[in-house]
Ligand binder design. Structure first.
Ligand SMILES: Cc1cc2nc3c(=O)[nH]c(=O)nc-3n(C[C@H](O)[C@H](O)[C@H](O)COP(=O)(O)OP(=O)(O)OC[C@H]3O[C@@H](n4cnc5c(N)ncnc54)[C@H](O)[C@@H]3O)c2cc1C
Ligand code: SF4
Ligand code: SF4
Length: 430
């Protein structure tokens, strides 16, 4: 197999998380992010990949490599480790102190508030995160925020295709300290890159993640839009949540119509499980183990009840993992950017995130199923997966492995076409 073939296998075997880092590092003359036939953002080889290029991709790609942090904190300064939730210094309820941040944010606006504070304090020159794409309205696009107004424009979860690290090379070239906000797998990719690009440790001074169950497959989003009575081709803007918690899903059409759906009605899965990418089903870290702080929702059972109040302002749960994260939370509270609630513990996260807990217990067996099938799989370290699996009955592990193996053999390879590489899906940062 050529290096290009080996690279294409990552997408074909559904291991790509669409982070965009390979494209950012290799440059558009080698790898472009394109829209696949599944209407996802995927990397496509447009030039010739060398063996060295592919070796670099293998090292950084979070689809293939996910590692927990080296032990950074000692029990002396309060570190605890939970088998499911990983190392942490504290867990706490919180929401943004500024009502606008809280309102615009997806849950309680904590990530928006932290980004705004980091910019105001001058601790970072910009924040690298994601905002709505202008050219593909259901998608997200990597962006750099330099002001509070930029940050507010990017508030809210984007469930459609997004490549949060597609501007990382540009961001590093700016040679200024910055914060990154994104999915746990994006944070893993940054950790992978940090091993051989020393600028990463020096310049990315905060890594903030949200707890992540995975984006919604793009074709399923289109089906939801159709169910909301809108032709997906007519959508010019889309906001998934925020403006309350979860807030409405808002679709704006080319003829100026605004359709607001309750979030629970928009996502309505008719009793079936939420649609999810295959890679996310085997995700070994959806809880941001490599982040300074991981931020989540606080709905008991993991999803808002259909009768949730429309005007709930939202409260986040925070897993504070590093001393830097702890100091940031303390500073943010002192400066009024965050309002802290009561301390919580792993049992609260089990209540809010049963899907994350269950996936963590199943991850080792599922990944093993891929290994047995001879497929690509994420190589993991320091995520306690074997220890978690050892707590489960043998029949459970066997069933999870068998299921993952069978699913992996049924997957239809996604097709990416070089001609789509010019699709205007990545905007310049700013
Ligand atoms: C795909 C997806 C799956 C999620 N799954 C879960 C889950 O299983 N459990 C749970 O508790 N919470 C989940 N969340 C997180 C939850 O929706 C909130 O984002 C989180 O609680 C933070 O709330 P906040 O009010 O602080 O966010 P905000 O203040 O609104 O800030 C959100 C930040 O995230 C960035 N962002 C938004 N979408 C993306 C994206 N797709 N990729 C990278 N960065 C993005 C924005 O740029 C912004 O900086 C998920 C979010 C997403 C996007
Ligand atoms: S996960 Fe990221 S680095 Fe890996 S192939 Fe996909 S876009 Fe490239
Ligand atoms: S579920 Fe895991 S693999 Fe999927 S997007 Fe979230 S962090 Fe990445």
């Amino acid at each position: 197999m050529t290096p290009g073939d080996r690279f294409r296998a990552i997408v074909d075997q559904h291991m790509c998380t669409s982070c965009g880092l390979c494209a950012s590092l290799m440059g558009p003359h080698k790898i472009g992010m394109v829209v696949s036939d599944h209407k996802e953002l995927r990397p496509c080889v447009v030039g010739t990949l060398t063996n060295n290029d592919f070796a670099q991709v293998e090292r950084i790609c979070p689809g293939l490599r996910v590692e927990g942090p080296e032990l950074q904190i000692t029990p002396v300064n309060g570190e605890k480790t939970d088998l499911v939730w990983g190392p942490y210094l504290g867990m706490v309820h919180a929401y943004a102190g500024n009502p606008l941040h809280r309102w615009e944010g997806s849950t309680g606006g904590v990530l928006t508030a932290l980004a705004a504070m980091l910019l105001k304090s001058g601790k970072v020159a910009f924040v690298l995160h994601v905002k709505a794409s202008d050219s593909n309205p259901t998608f997200g696009v990597s962006t750099m925020s330099f002001t509070e107004a930029d940050v507010l424009q990017a508030a809210g979860s984007r469930y459609g295709p997004t490549a949060p690290l597609s501007s990382l090379a540009q961001a590093l070239e700016m040679d200024q300290p910055f914060a990154f906000i994104g999915r746990p797998c994006d944070v893993s990719a940054i950790g992978n890159l940090a091993e051989y690009d020393k600028r990463v440790g020096r310049l990315i001074v905060f890594r903030l993640a949200f707890v992540c169950g995975g984006p919604t497959p793009s074709l399923d989003i289109d089906r939801m839009i159709v169910r909301a009575g809108v032709d997906p081709e007519q959508v010019v803007a889309m906001r998934y949540r925020g403006r309350g918690c979860p807030g409405p899903t808002t679709i704006i059409t080319a003829d100026g119509k605004t359709v607001n759906k309750r979030y629970t009605d928009f996502l309505n899965t008719d009793g079936k499980t939420w649609p999810m990418h295959f890679r996310c089903k085997i995700c070994p870290d959806g809880i941001g183990e490599g982040a300074d702080i991981a931020v989540s929702d606080t709905w008991p059972g993991g999803a808002p009840s259909p009768t949730i109040e429309d005007d709930d302002p939202g409260t986040n749960a925070l897993i504070i993992r590093t001393p830097e994260g702890l100091e940031l939370v303390q500073d943010a509270e002192a400066a009024g950017f965050l309002t802290l609630g009561n301390d919580i513990g792993p049992e609260d996260l089990d209540l809010y995130q049963p899907h994350q807990r269950d996936k963590k217990y199943a991850a080792w067996a599922r990944i093993n199923g891929l290994r047995c099938a001879g497929k690509l799989f994420p190589r993991t370290k320091r995520l306690r997966l074997r220890g978690l699996a050892s707590r489960m009955p043998c029949e459970f592990n066997a069933e999870q492995s068998r299921g993952a193996k069978a699913r992996s053999q049924d997957l239809v390879p996604e097709r990416v076409h070089q001609s789509n590489a010019k699709a205007p899906i990545l905007t310049a940062p700013g």
